[in-house]
Design a protein around this ligand. Structure first.
Ligand code: MF3
Ligand code: CO
Ligand code: CO
Length: 272
């Protein structure tokens, strides 16, 4: 007899209990500490592969594991996305030079739980436009976080982000989203960074959910393409600048808790 056809049920977003929230906090805390370490390395004259090597060693030395290494055959421990690279830049012999903007995205597995965050660094003096893009993307992340309130719709996050980006005349990447996170790297719910469309997700942000917000803003078109030479590197279609910031957020009964806040990095309200 043939098994009845079943629609694959939509995977439910896990709601984490207090003991699990402590695991998530520990993962976020370590990942943020790692970002503060990255901050001491990044600058003009540094090769992106050297940042990656040091992240690998720091993570191992602390007894943890870089999540991207071997993830879907991704070859490195970080993503370093420079200038027109939107995300998933593979560290290589590229030397950071004054005027560049460079996003470093790091994800660590701590005791089986994931922390995920990224920052865009200004390398030396950058153009006013590059600075404004980075500032707007940073502010957009915090507006998205503020829109993430208990029992709000997931779509309020993207609405806040894109409305703000548009006012500054920047576009928002649509093909890559934030994501649920926990004992897996990427899980439900998806977190769009754009104003909701007709078929937008209906998910409600419930206390106990954990997810990333990671807007990518572009100076030109929102459209992107994947480099066919490595099948990873994502660039803007017009090769204009792109910036990104990311935090891991735990929804609590009292509002969003940022799990990946750094000690030495730009704090909410920072002026670049
Ligand atoms: N850290 C990225 C994110 O924010 C994912 C990188 S996956 C990789 O979701 F394979 F490209 F490293
Ligand atoms: Co992420
Ligand atoms: Co990330």
């Amino acid at each position: 007899m043939q098994a009845p056809l079943r629609r694959k049920p939509r995977r439910r977003c896990p709601l984490y209990a207090e003991d699990e929230r402590e695991k998530l906090r520990a993962a976020g805390r370590f990942n943020a500490q790692l970002m503060d370490f990255v901050r001491t390395i990044v600058g003009p004259g540094v090769k992106t592969i050297d940042i990656d090597r040091q992240v690998y060693e720091y993570t191992k030395d602390h007894g943890h594991r870089p999540a991207t290494l071997g993830y879907k055959q991704y070859p490195k421990s970080t993503c370093v996305s420079v200038n027109e690279v939107v995300c998933h830049g593979i560290p290589d012999e590229t030397v950071l030079k004054p005027g560049d903007i460079a996003n470093v995205d790091i994800t660590t597995i701590v005791d089986g739980w994931y922390g995920d965050q990224s920052e865009t660094f200004l390398i030396g003096d950058v153009t006013e436009e590059a600075k404004r893009l980075v500032q707007t993307t940073f502010d957009a992340l915090y507006l998205g976080i503020a829109a993430a309130q208990p029992y709000a719709r997931v779509t309020e996050i993207g609405r806040a982000i894109e409305q703000f980006a548009r006012k500054q005349k920047f576009s928002v990447v649509r093909e890559y989203q934030g994501h649920g996170i926990g004992q897996e790297f990427h899980q439900d719910p998806g977190i769009p960074h754009y104003v909701p469309t007709l078929n937008a997700p209906q998910d409600i942000l419930e206390p106990g959910m954990c997810f990333t917000i990671e807007p990518m803003l572009n100076v030109g078109t929102w459209r992107t393409f994947v480099d066919s030479r490595d099948n990873w590197t994502v660039r803007t279609s017009d090769l204009a600048l792109s910036a990104q910031f990311e935090h891991t957020i735990l929804m609590t009964e009292n509002g969003p808790e940022i799990l990946t806040l750094t000690t030495n990095g730009p704090q909410p309200g920072h002026i670049f």
